[in-house]
Design a protein around this ligand. Structure first.
Ligand code: ADP
Ligand code: MG
Length: 715
């Protein structure tokens, strides 16, 4: 329908309104007006095409009425029944509720409403005909439904002849409003297929228009099972389109990156050599291999974009420092950004201790610096006096201007939000471009580090734009960590064990339970634990570190622990990331059943860093759920980060694995990376072909599927 006008409330994504959308984000937020449009916008539904691509998450079958007597045997599935009201009472035991009984020829059904209005009571006049839909249970009084959806009907009122779609809806957005908005959008959009008939045939895919229409309004004879399982050809087409858009966008980002210039950092000079000599150890073979890969990238005059993966404790930091040394040797600055202040601080101390004696100026920048200190740091960075800058995401905030930024290193990159990663990249782009005196297309090289290994399917999609280096070997002399699972009620014994270990000169982490619902409660628990352990271990020094402490206070405690003046460090998960105190060899994690697998792995990685045999005690509180039990068993069985990531993926699925919040709108909505692997490969091949031979199709497809959101896929 090319002549249909987009409605003013839901405009198509034209370049203009995409831009203004981005602008309004940066500026002060408009006053919150809660209209249906703003609720739609919250779901990312801004244009007609967005609405059309907002596909049902499931369907309800309202096409049939079942006799009450056998509706209960549907095995937990919802059923629809119809009957006449025989009684309607408000009961007060066990609590106030409306109890309505209806009957058909086959039996009697009790409907219960715990929240109800007076008007509802009137609707249920004896003799009224009610069509009710819900899950039937067999209660005390026979068949019953709690809070069914229902309506008052006349005898012989027609049933819908198709499945009823149920859409993902935000708070306060009704299904009927969504259905109407989508139905309207379906009338307005341009249905042209982005893929030619010939292509569709060779790919064995259905057309776009029939697929979309079928999913919104499934015909009566549709294969319901295939629809619900998302194996129907209409779903396949949607998944393919979505994957194709993602592959196109990733490949284009990669091409764009390759097309940009970067300052070549070819010099492996005095600093690099002196640094290597000053290290108290030899690099492992794996470290040398990845370093060679990074060195080769840095010599190029297009930007490196490399992910350095290595299990917890594999020695990524020193490799990053070597990369920084090469940038500095080549006359440029390097920046190292870490996700927490504690980790940034550790990097700062360690690297400053390694490099300052060699004449390197290292600047320190975090949000908690005093204004004067911050200005001093910024001045050093801006003048180029600082060769290396280490800090938190304060590095990407306004007012930080680099003189000659050649390399950006992001530690534990998966911890940063998409927006932050994007900001850092753009920062580098502006700053390096402007100040290096080259044209504005120059960007710094980027090295990202992560201890969370990425399974192949994910790497192929989300990280398709990255080269990957893997450190697959731990430094020598480490003894594997032994992990035990212990009932929380044996806490006394565990405290005894901590005592014995400390007397042997070992240091201990005691990790407090994660309390997701309440940060205040979590702090309280940490303080209580600290008090209890201090009392139980009067001859030991027990320290406490948590997220709400001032950075200076944290630092005092961490320093004391590093110098072995504190025996037992009670900590919240602030120590999860990167903390490195090799003498610590015993870790206790309370309520381990509450933590996720990768979090447990990260935590446990704080021990086993020195030569002493390390132990990790996972305390649990019974009863433990099935999934939590699986996690604890996995922790006991293996210390291999890749194996743990694989099991984690199995237990949680890829969406959660990536952290839906972090990956934001880049998440796939329809395709499932595990089940739809074959489609990923198909989409990848087609993307390659289209980019080479058919730019018009590329544009059309990206416009349809990504609108203005493409930026996110590049991160
Ligand atoms: P991660 O990869 O988890 O970031 P780190 O870089 O913190 O690991 O390294 C863990 C510990 O191992 C540090 O104390 C570091 O100094 C040490 N280390 C790194 N490389 C080697 C090596 N080749 N030989 C011995 N120790 C090493
Ligand atoms: Mg690290």
């Amino acid at each position: 329908m090319p002549d249909a006008k987009p409605s003013p409330a839901a405009p198509e994504n034209t370049p203009d309104n995409v831009k203004s959308g981005a602008k309004s984000k940066a500026k002060a937020k408009p006053k919150p007006k809660v209209t249906n449009e703003s609720k739609l916008a919250k779901l990312g539904l801004r244009s007609d095409m967005d609405l059309v691509l907002h596909l049902p998450m499931r369907y309800e079958d309202e096409t049939q009425i079942r006799p009450i007597s056998d509706a209960g045997f549907m095995g937990g599935n919802a059923a629809q029944v119809e009957g006449l009201v025989t009684a309607c009472d408000i009961q007060y035991r066990p609590r106030r509720q409306l109890v309505v009984t209806i009957a058909d020829d086959s039996g009697v059904l009790v409907m219960r409403f715990l929240n109800f209005y007076g008007s509802q009571v009137k609707q249920f006049a004896v003799g009224a005909r009610i069509r009710a839909r819900g899950e039937i249970r067999h209660g005390f009084l026979g068949a019953e439904m709690v809070h069914p959806t229902y309506k008052v009907v006349e005898e012989g009122d027609p049933l819908p002849d198709a499945l009823t779609p149920v859409y993902p809806a935000g708070e306060g957005l009704s299904q009927s409003y969504l259905r109407k908005a989508i139905a309207n959008a379906l009338k307005r959009i341009d249905w042209r297929d982005t893929l030619s008939p010939a292509l569709l045939e060779s790919l064995e895919l259905q057309g776009f228009e029939p697929s979309v229409k079928l999913l919104h309004n499934p015909p009566p004879d549709v294969d319901e099972y295939a629809l619900m399982e998302r194996t129907h050809p209409a779903w396949t087409r949607m998944k393919f389109d979505e994957l194709l858009a993602q592959q196109l966008s990733l490949k284009r980002a990669q091409q764009a990156r390759r097309a940009k210039g970067a300052a070549a950092l070819p010099v492996i000079g005095a600093l690099s050599e002196a640094f290597l000599k000053a290290l108290p150890f030899q690099l492992t073979d794996a470290q040398q291999r990845v370093l060679a890969e990074i060195r080769a990238d840095l010599r190029e005059s297009f930007p490196m974009q490399r992910l350095l993966q290595g299990d917890v404790g594999s020695g990524k930091t020193v490799v990053a420092a070597m990369a920084a040394a090469q940038a500095i040797d080549s006359g440029f600055q390097a920046a190292l950004m870490a996700p927490t202040e504690i980790l940034a601080e550790q990097h700062f101390r360690k690297i400053a201790q390694w490099m300052e004696p060699l004449g390197v100026r290292v600047a320190w920048l975090t949000g908690s610096l005093k204004k004067k200190e911050k200005e001093a740091a910024q001045a050093m960075i801006g003048s180029g006096e600082a060769h290396l800058v280490i800090g938190t995401h304060a590095l990407i905030q306004e007012g930080v201007e680099f003189s000659r930024l050649g390399l950006v290193i992001v530690d534990e990159q998966h911890r940063f939000g998409v927006g932050q990663r994007l900001a850092l990249r753009n920062k580098g782009l502006d700053e390096a471009g402007r100040t290096a005196g080259q044209d504005s297309q120059t960007v710094p090289h980027q090295l990202m580090m992560s201890a969370t290994p990425i399974p192949r399917t994910l790497a192929m999609t989300y990280y398709a734009d990255l080269e990957v280096s893997v450190i697959d070997e731990l430094p020598p002399g480490r003894t594997p960590i032994v992990t035990r699972i212990i009932d929380q009620n044996r806490r006394e014994e565990v405290i005894e064990r901590v005592h014995a270990a400390a007397l042997e000169g070992r240091q201990v982490y005691w990790v407090c339970p994660l309390i997701e619902e309440s940060e205040a409660l979590q702090l309280q628990t940490a303080t209580d634990t600290h008090a209890a352990l201090s009392a139980a271990l009067p001859d030991l020094r027990v320290g406490l570190v948590h997220g709400r402490m001032k950075p200076a206070e944290k630092q005092v405690v961490m320093d004391a622990f590093t110098r072995a003046e504190v025996h037992v460090l009670v900590a919240t998960t602030v120590i999860e990331v990167g903390v490195d105190v090799p003498n610590a060899s015993l870790m206790v994690i309370e309520h381990a059943e509450r933590f996720g697998l990768s979090q447990l792995h990260q935590l446990r990685g704080r021990v086993g860093r020195g030569s002493a045999a390390s132990i990790c005690l996972l305390l649990y509180q019974s009863p433990v759920g099935q999934v939590a039990k699986q996690r604890l068993m996995t922790m006991r069985e293996t210390t291999d980060g890749f194996e743990i990531a694989r099991r984690d993926l199995e237990i949680r699925g890829p969406g959660e694995f990536l952290g839906a919040r972090q990956s934001g709108e880049a998440m796939l909505r329809f395709a499932d990376l595990e089940k739809d692997q074959w489609l990923v490969e198909k989409a990848r091949n087609l993307a390659q072909m289209l980019l080479q031979h058919d730019p018009a199709t590329v544009e059309a497809h990206l416009a349809r599927w990504l609108g203005g959101r493409e930026e996110f896929l590049k991160v």
